[in-house]
Ligand binder design. Structure first.
Ligand code: ATP
Ligand code: MG
Length: 383
């Protein structure tokens, strides 16, 4: 590790060398490298810095990349909106992928995940897909600019949902941060559009008391199987709020319960709470309640039982996905990156297509180990 770049990065965080040792020991920061860069990740909220903040230093330049603040969730929109907002509300779509910050250093673009790690895979794909346009946009706003967007589609190692507008890989902006802070939503939407860069869909600007319009938008999203909305003040005077559809709640559970000792556990209570309050807010009748009760039960029970049967038959439990690389170096970089995060991925089939390499990976799940142990002993690990 280059001590001078580490020093530069620490300076940006306002942390002395001794303090850094302490923070490292307490696992509040982590020092990482990517190609020519050294960067420090704030792994948990500490010393006034938000989780995911990055201090990054290259050979000649260094900068801070701000973390993305958490967004409060709405359970009862008819109560929350009039209370929280001032007059009007921008209804942006909440796309279901992973949060990616794009920033520039020494003339090159980099992409970091919400946790604050520069992801080599995402970096290469975004550079190839819209590198020029994103650089122009950043350069028009100043070198300290950070773009926040969602990567969606099926070709990524993190969150995979199909979007017709980006089946394999797309990047959609939802926030911009400059030296002056976050750009107000109304201005940002226009600005991004004028640069010919994809922005998350905007479903309208409504009055804060117009619960009906929000309901209509949510119904449309529900039908299309899309996640939900993030509600924002047009001028950014109050923080945003998020709200997701009923279908998203149950399909999260369905996915989570495939690996129930991992995702399932933390998903259960939160998703049930969301459903329960939605039933109250939307005043579901007996028939709708029955339907939703069945859907909820199925989402919890079916994938979990299937997982046990699979393990009993000697099948592994894993997530599987295919990534697209420009060359072998990119593939190795990705694999080393995952290993450095302690994530074990197994490389499967490798195919060459035109000038690209398509690689299928399996990420094995610990739930299988827990299930196997229960199948051996017949005893519960819980109580
Ligand atoms: P989980 O960690 O359970 O997957 P999440 O990553 O979706 O949840 P949330 O806190 O539920 O995180 O939602 C905030 C995230 O939503 C943001 O970090 C961002 O990645 C994503 N997002 C998608 N669309 C938007 C949008 N229009 N505005 C802001 N954030 C958005
Ligand atoms: Mg998300």
């Amino acid at each position: 590790m280059h001590t001078d770049t580490v020093k530069k990065a620490l300076e940006l965080l306002g942390v002395s060398a001794e303090e850094a040792e302490e923070l490292k020991k307490r696992r509040l920061i982590r020092i990482m490298e990517y190609r020519d860069l050294t960067y420090i990740v704030v792994t948990r909220d500490a010393r006034g810095l938000t989780q995911g903040t990055i201090a990054v230093a290259g050979r000649t330049e260094a900068r801070l990349v701000p973390g993305y603040p958490p967004i409060t969730r709405v359970l009862l929109p008819s109560i929350a909106l009039p209370k929280h907002f001032i007059d009007r509300v921008v209804v942006e779509e909440k796309m279901n992928g992973y949060n990616v910050r794009v920033f520039e250093l020494e003339g090159k673009l980099y992409a970091a995940t919400r946790g604050g790690y520069i992801c080599p895979y995402t970096t290469h794909r975004i550079r190839r897909m819209q590198g020029e346009k994103l650089r122009k946009l950043i350069e028009s706003l100043g070198p300290e600019t950070t773009l926040f967007g969602e990567v969606v589609g099926l070709e990524n190692p993190y969150t995979r949902y199909y979007y017709p507008e980006a089946p394999s890989f797309g990047y959609f902006i939802f926030d911009i941060h400059t030296e002056e802070g976050f750009m107000p939503p109304q201005k940002r939407i226009e600005f991004v559009e004028n640069h010919g860069i994809p922005h998350v869909p905007v479903h309208g600007i409504i009055d804060k008391n117009d619960a009906k319009s929000l309901r209509r938008i949510m119904e449309k999203l529900e039908k299309q199987g899309r996640e939900g909305v993030v509600l924002k003040d047009p001028q950014g005077r109050v923080p945003p709020l998020k709200y997701t559809t009923s279908r998203t709640n149950t399909s999260d559970l369905e996915l989570g319960m495939k690996f129930f000792f991992e995702e399932g556990r933390s998903f259960l209570f939160s998703r049930i709470l969301r459903q329960v309050f939605m039933a109250y807010e939307e005043d579901w009748n007996k028939q709708r309640l029955e339907e939703e009760a069945k859907r909820l039960g199925r989402a919890i029970l079916l994938p979990a039982v299937q997982a046990i049967r699979d393990v009993a038959e000697g099948k592994g439990l894993y997530e599987e996905y295919t990534l697209r690389f420009g060359d072998e170096k990119e593939m190795i970089e990705f694999e080393e990156h995952m290993a450095s995060l302690g994530v074990v991925v197994a490389r499967g089939e490798v195919r060459r297509q035109d000038n690209e390499i398509l690689v299928t990976y399996k990420k094995f799940k610990d739930t299988a180990t827990s299930i196997a142990s229960i199948l051996r002993t017949g005893l519960s690990p819980l109580d």
